[in-house]
Design a protein around this ligand. Structure first.
Ligand SMILES: O=C(O)C(=O)CO
Length: 279
């Protein structure tokens, strides 16, 4: 099966970033893709002007691509932050203010997956206090996602690059997924299985796949080392995606890798054009 059996979408917050935001959807379409995903695009603003939301919606629609995933506001990302929802005070408030805006934007484009990054540990704050706040905020986010028919994704990052992020293993993220589902009774919280982050953590990927594929709502890939395109590192990504398929995962696979020195449009030679057009 290899890559042929998957539905791929392009992450426009890491690929095509040499272009202004509003030009990226068309660039993805020109490279043959039918679907895209985004981190929250307005890094400094959880509640951007209506005109900014409308302009991005128009750019996505005009490009003829589908938005299949969107991150909630997550602070300065990429940057020092890794989410806002477990940070007491202003950041938590900003996350809350963003929930309906992000869900509304997702709904307006038929996007049914919202990713909520947990946030870093804060020096001097009790981790238990941060976890209690996180559960409250994730509960609100799960309800908002449910109202638009979406899943709420919870992602494990990697410890070397995110040393203060507490969810740095598949079991740690899945435990939060379970807690949110218990709190809401909705069952729409799902694991975001990012194979790059998990491999950076030294996890046994085939066994993570076997164990958690059924609770996975989205998959992201990059090769390791280097966070580049498949084939630039040593991860057996075709085999791993085969394993996911066999384990019953049939959702989207997000291409969340860096193009390196070349233009993003030339970073897809590993994927035949006819396998890029899923929508
Ligand atoms: O920050 C990252 O690396 C992410 O994967 C965010 O979704």
């Amino acid at each position: 099966m290899g890559f042929a059996a998957q539905r791929f979408n392009v992450n426009l917050s890491i690929l095509f970033t040499e272009l202004p935001l509003l030009e990226r959807p068309a660039a993805a379409a020109a490279a043959g893709f039918g679907a895209v995903e985004l981190w929250w695009p307005w890094v400094g603003s959880p509640t951007p002007e209506r005109s900014e939301l409308d302009a991005l919606k128009k750019a996505i629609e005009a490009a003829g691509v589908r938005l299949t995933g969107l991150n909630f506001y997550a602070g300065q990302l990429p940057g020092p932050d890794r989410g806002a929802l477990s940070i007491p005070g202003e950041e938590s408030e900003r996350f809350r203010a963003n929930i309906d805006v992000a869900a509304g934007f997702a709904r307006s484009l038929g996007c049914t997956a919202l990713n909520a990054l947990y946030g870093n540990r804060v020096e001097g704050v009790d981790p238990a206090e941060q976890d209690a706040l996180a559960l409250e905020n994730l509960t609100l986010a799960a309800r908002a996602a449910d109202e638009i028919g979406a899943v709420l994704l919870i992602e494990a990052l990697n410890k070397p690059e995110s040393p203060r992020y507490p969810l740095v293993s598949a079991p740690a993220a899945v435990e939060v997924v379970d807690r949110v589902n218990e709190a809401t009774g909705l069952g729409n919280a799902r694991f975001l299985m990012d194979l790059y982050h998990l491999s950076m953590n030294g996890e046994d990927l085939p066994s993570v796949i076997e164990r958690y594929a059924s609770r996975t709502g989205h998959v992201q890939i990059a090769d390791n080392p280097g966070r580049g395109a498949p084939g630039t590192g040593s991860l057996p990504l075709a085999d791993l995606l085969d394993g996911l398929r066999k384990a019953g995962y049939d959702g989207w696979v997000g291409l969340e890798y860096r193009a390196g020195d070349r233009p993003s449009g030339s970073a897809f030679d590993w994927l035949p054009v006819e396998q890029r057009a899923a929508r």
